[in-house]
Structures are given as structure tokens and as C-alpha cells.
Design a protein around this ligand. Sequence first.
Ligand code: GTP
Length: 318
Amino acid sequence: MAVGILLVGGFGTRLKPLTDESPKPMLPVAGLPVTEHQILAAKKAGVHTLVLATSYLAEIFTPYFGDGAKWGIKILYAVEKEPLGTGGAIRNAAELLGRDEPVVVFNGDVLSRHSIADQIKFHTDNKADVTLHLIDVEDARAFGCVPTDADGRVTAFLEKMDNPVTNSINAGCYVFSPDVIDKIPLGTVVSVERETFPALVASGRSVFGYKEQSYWLDVGTPAALFKGSRDLVEGDFQAMAGTTIAPDAVITGGTSIGARCTIGAGVHIDDCIIGDDVMIGDGARLSHSFIAHGTAVAAGVQKSAHYLSQKLDLPIIV
Ligand code: GTP
């Protein structure tokens, strides 16, 4: 068994304007917030208590997830007045957790099908201080890379470079031994990637890389968010409970439609993410667009690559 921390307090600037009204982890992919996909995966791996480390638009999380009973997991909230960075957020959230179980930390913008349970076992078997999930990418130049030795020990955290020494990158899911978290200063802005991890390696602590090559996507940009949603949708489209769709509507491209929506007659929708409680008027045509929860789209509207909400109608690059 383990406890967990979900890092969901960032500003999500690369996803603007989608993150003007919603924190990045609460954006829906395939009908559910990114965070909910992660909570389901954590629960499956035996995580029984999870702290949501929130800051930007913190108030959006609590009404949705409550105490976690609906998911069979205990959910707690640690709110940072000003974002403390990933390391500061982990330390702050850990104040709500005990010190006798490993702590699994999740970046809140990652969809991953790796086995969290196997990662925890790998961590425990190696008596590691920290175990990072590492994933191999084809082109590591856009990321910092993480070389390991033959035993799987991390030897360095290297910044982005033109000739990366390995294709293994930090996949954003860490298992910490609790005493290591207590070394991070409380109430201070700290980056776990840029400060804590390199310092641990430099001081000879046992930082391991757990390599598992499975579905993995960082949904930090609009294009990646749309890909993540499409990847989870089987067939042309998916719609959640309570949604009604006119028989002559044409919906394609791995579109996801949230709960309780109404899709009017003659509507064409291609490669869109549509939130809950959305109404789309007759004859509207939407492609590569993100429609926020509760939006009414007037009949006949034509939009491509737009973010539509009650307040905003802005182009997005997808
Ligand atoms: P960009 O502004 O687009 O870079 O996104 P971000 O800062 O929201 O996310 P980034 O990919 O840099 O961070 C990875 C994860 O950590 C995301 O899920 C963020 O929500 C979260 N995160 C980043 N900074 C903080 C912070 O200061 N506090 C908390 N609680 N979470 C954070």
C-alpha cells in the first residue's frame, strides 16, 4: 500500500487560453478530467490516500472530487497561496501524510499506463530514496535526459541538449521514501526536477530509474491534449451519460463529448473536445475545437481550432 500526491497547482501557461478558466489537470480528456484518469490509476495501484497539491484555481478541484469516496480513495487538499514549485508543493502536501509508507508523486498533466504498483515494488526492492519512472522517447532533444548505470541508478539529470547521451526522460511519476521529502525545506519555492533530484544524485543518495515502455503522454500543450483525448476514444467519437445526439449529426475524428449534452440536427463535429452540459445548435460545424463545460453554441456557428466558452471565443493552435 502507498500514499500519493498529485501536483495540480501549476498555471498551465502553454495551454492558454484553455487554462484561463480551468486548471490544466481539470481539462477533460475523453470525458473525464486528466486528474480523474490519474486517480483511477493510483487507486488501481493500491494508493489509499491522495493529497491534491493545488494552487492556481484551487477552488475548482474540491467540489468535483470531495473526500474521494466516489472513487474509493481518501482525497485531501493542500492549497498553496502562491505556487511553491514542484518540490515545495510535495513538501507542503506531505504534511498531511504519515511517514510509514512510500509516497507516489504524480505530475498532474501526464497520461500513463505504466504499472505504478511495479514501480513501487522496484523502489522497495532497491531500498531506494527516490524512484523515477523513465520513458524512452525517439527524440530526447526537447527534454532533459536521465542517464542510469547498469543497476538502474540515476547518474545525472541533464538539461536539454543537441546530442542527448540517452533517450530516457523523466516521465513525471516518482516514488519517494518519506524521509527524503522531509529534507525539502518547508514553505520555500523548490523545483524537484532542477534542485532536489540533482542534489540527491550529487550527494550519493540512491535515486533509481524505473524503466517501463508503455503508453505515455504529457498533455501540456493543446495539440497533446487533443491527442490524449483522441487516443482514449475508440472509434469516431465517445459520449458520456445523459447526452443526446440528433440522428443526422456527423461526429468524427475521435471527438469526445461530456455528460448531459445536446447535439442538434445536422451538426458536424470533427476532432473536438466537448465538456459537460454543452448545447450545440442545429447545423453548427465544429472542428479541432475545445468547448468548455456549460457552453451553448448557437445554431449554424462554424468554428475551427477555437476555444469556446460562455465568456471566451479564442483561437487555439492544435
Ligand atoms: P506550464 O505553465 O505550461 O509549464 O505548465 P505548469 O507549470 O502548470 O506545469 P508543469 O508541466 O511545469 O508542471 C508539472 C506538474 O506540476 C503540473 O501538473 C502542474 O500543475 C504541477 N505544478 C507545477 N508547478 C506547481 C506548483 O508550484 N505547485 C503545485 N502544487 N503544482 C505545480
